[in-house]
Ligand binder design. Structure first.
Ligand SMILES: NC(=O)c1ccc[n+]([C@@H]2O[C@H](COP(=O)([O-])OP(=O)(O)OC[C@H]3O[C@@H](n4cnc5c(N)ncnc54)[C@H](O)[C@@H]3O)[C@@H](O)[C@H]2O)c1
Ligand SMILES: O=C(O)C1=N[C@H](C(=O)O)CCC1
Length: 242
């Protein structure tokens, strides 16, 4: 049975992963949180799952590399320097990084890309996300993934599509941009809406997460899939495609 080591083990997602693993034929070897040595669990587990904080990523990747263990990264709020660290690690070990491990968001990404490609430039694209009051980062990792999917459908990249943070925005909208708006409140597990609007009509594609178990099961599925894979950077789409 594959054994899993959890970084961020005391957090909401760390606990959800520990609860989900036994039902998926995975054994939890243990976890590490902010006060623990990341190397100990890296040595003990077959595969690692990180749902902690961006500032912890460097140490967790270093431990995974030192122990030569694959790692699934679900932590969001990552900056370009974090992606550079992931790319460097992926030359030595298998790494899968994603802002959302749920099945539903995997499908929504495909639908958004297809809609953006078919609808064309007369349709404005706005992405709205809402999460619980304790979420540290904005926009959510998922909103950025959905923005990337829309931009890919438009034949461009998210950076080139000129992302506009709608918070506090007033005045007319520029065409060709993708708007991102973030709401925070209560215990909302994770809602994402992608709105395609043109003159006289609009389409809304919506995903609502009611339970962190959906992310936890996806993370364990990704970890089981990644265990034994050669060095490289893998995607959730590859996991869900099989
Ligand atoms: N990819 C997904 O599907 C998905 C789903 C939910 C949450 N997330 C992301 O996962 C992360 C964790 O979310 P959460 O709701 O569990 O947050 P949380 O705050 O409940 O848990 C984070 C845990 O990480 C620990 N931590 C912080 N710094 C650390 C360090 N240096 N070393 C080890 N542990 C450290 C904290 O002490 C805490 O226990 C966030 O970035 C969140 O956005 C991703
Ligand atoms: O609770 C969180 O934090 C979540 N983070 C991910 C994101 O940033 O998209 C996924 C949804 C829940």
């Amino acid at each position: 049975m594959t054994s899993i080591g959890i970084y961020g083990s005391l957090g909401r997602m760390g606990q959800a992963i520990a609860a989900a693993a036994p039902g998926m034929s995975a054994r939890v070897a243990g976890g590490a949180d902010v006060k623990d040595d990341p190397l100990a669990i890296a040595a003990a587990a077959d595969v690692l799952i990180d749902f902690s904080a961006p500032q912890a990523l460097e140490a967790h990747l270093a431990a995974a590399r030192a122990a030569r263990k694959p790692i699934v990264i679900g932590t969001t709020g990552l900056l370009p320097q974090h992606h550079a660290l992931i790319d460097a690690a992926a030359r030595e070990i298998a790494v899968l990084q994603t802002g959302n491990t749920s099945l539903g968001i995997g499908l929504l990404q495909r639908l958004v890309r297809e809609a953006a490609a078919r609808l064309g430039p007369d349709w404005d694209i706005e992405i709205v996300e809402m999460h619980h009051r304790n979420k540290a980062d904005a926009p959510s990792g998922t909103a950025l993934m959905l923005g990337n999917a829309a931009a890919a459908g438009m034949g461009t990249t998210l950076a080139e599509a000129e992302v506009t943070d709608r918070a506090g925005t007033i005045g007319p909208r520029s065409s060709g941009t993708i708007g991102l708006a973030s709401l925070r409140g209560g215990s909302v597990v994770g809602d994402h809406s992608v709105v395609f609007a043109t003159n006289g009509e609009r389409i809304e594609l919506i995903h609502r997460a009611d339970d962190r178990a959906i992310f936890a099961r996806g993370a364990v599925k990704a970890a089981l899939w990644l265990a034994g894979k050669p060095a490289g950077r893998y995607t959730m789409d590859q996991v869900l495609g099989e």
